[in-house]
Design a protein around this ligand. Structure first.
Ligand SMILES: [Zn+2]
Ligand SMILES: [Zn+2]
Length: 276
């Protein structure tokens, strides 16, 4: 990766202590300025009453919105700040008043029950055993069928962590991600989202948290997204301000290897392409 520089650094996937991030929004803003960002976007999790963790924290969406808007004003001479939301597909929040929206699937719904699968390998193994009769491929297919429904729930700008279902693929063989059966399921979801959500993210968050060695999504999926005409954004899915630009060089290189020559960033005029 020698000689590679990053043209414009921006992270649009940022969590704070309003949801499950470690830092206050202001701490994140100050860190972004220190790191040389000219802009940053916050994407707090939408309130999910069906989640054990989030129902404990409670719904702080309105305070979150107010806080980010006031920081936007306070730091306007030093950094551009965008107000976003990472919407869990089933949460159906009020989507008004945001600069951008990330659409994500963190839960599967089976027989009216929400299954939180964004968990450790042991929990995922248990989910596959109890909810999918031990069939990992059925689990992966259920995820992609759900993901394909995203546009029904809102006008999202960015598809969040497209293949989050592969979170443990470096350590566990729950299903074969190189198989035709798996690729068909993932590519079908991509085809269903084409023309409805313009961007996907190359997300380094699972590397930052020690689950994976490479960003989401896989090389095969990035190439398919390119073929289908999706634009790419690079994000850190940041829960810790120190990792706001975690492995962005690697993500840049990955996009280039997959044929991308540009990425998208959010500006005051909307999303704009910049060279990689
Ligand atoms: Zn997420
Ligand atoms: Zn996130």
């Amino acid at each position: 990766m020698e000689g590679i520089t990053i043209t414009v650094i921006q992270n649009l996937h940022t969590h704070t202590n309003y949801c499950d991030g470690a830092d206050t929004p202001e701490e994140v803003v100050l860190c972004a300025i220190e790191k040389g960002f000219s802009s940053i976007g916050f994407s707090g999790h939408s309130f999910t009453p069906y989640s054990k963790e989030f129902s404990k924290i409670g719904d702080h969406t309105e305070e979150y919105k107010k806080d980010i808007k006031s920081l936007k004003e306070k730091y306007k001479d030093r950094i551009e700040i965008y107000l976003g939301l990472e919407v869990d597909m089933f949460s159906e929040p009020d989507l008004s008043g945001y600069d951008y929206l990330i659409g994500s699937v963190h839960y599967l719904k089976k027989d009216g029950v929400f299954i939180d699968f964004d968990k450790g390998a042991k929990e995922v193994e248990e989910i596959i055993r109890t909810c999918f009769h031990g069939d990992g491929m059925a689990y992966a297919k259920a995820y992609y069928k759900t993901l394909a429904q995203l546009p029904v729930y809102g006008n999202f700008d960015i598809i969040g962590h497209f293949d989050i279902i592969t979170k443990h693929c470096d350590s566990r063989n729950f299903f074969d991600i190189t198989s035709k059966e798996y690729c068909d399921a993932a590519f079908e979801a991509a085809a269903a989202l084409k023309g409805k959500i313009p961007f996907f993210e190359v997300n380094t968050g699972a590397i930052a948290r020690g689950y994976r060695k490479t960003p989401y999504p896989s090389v095969a999926l990035i190439k398919e997204m390119k073929r289908l005409g999706f634009g790419a954004v690079i994000t850190a899915d940041c829960h810790d301000k120190r990792k706001l630009d975690y492995r962005f060089l690697e993500a840049t290189e990955l996009l280039r290897e997959c044929g991308y020559k540009e990425k998208y960033i959010l500006t005051k005029n909307g999303f704009e392409a910049v060279p990689l």
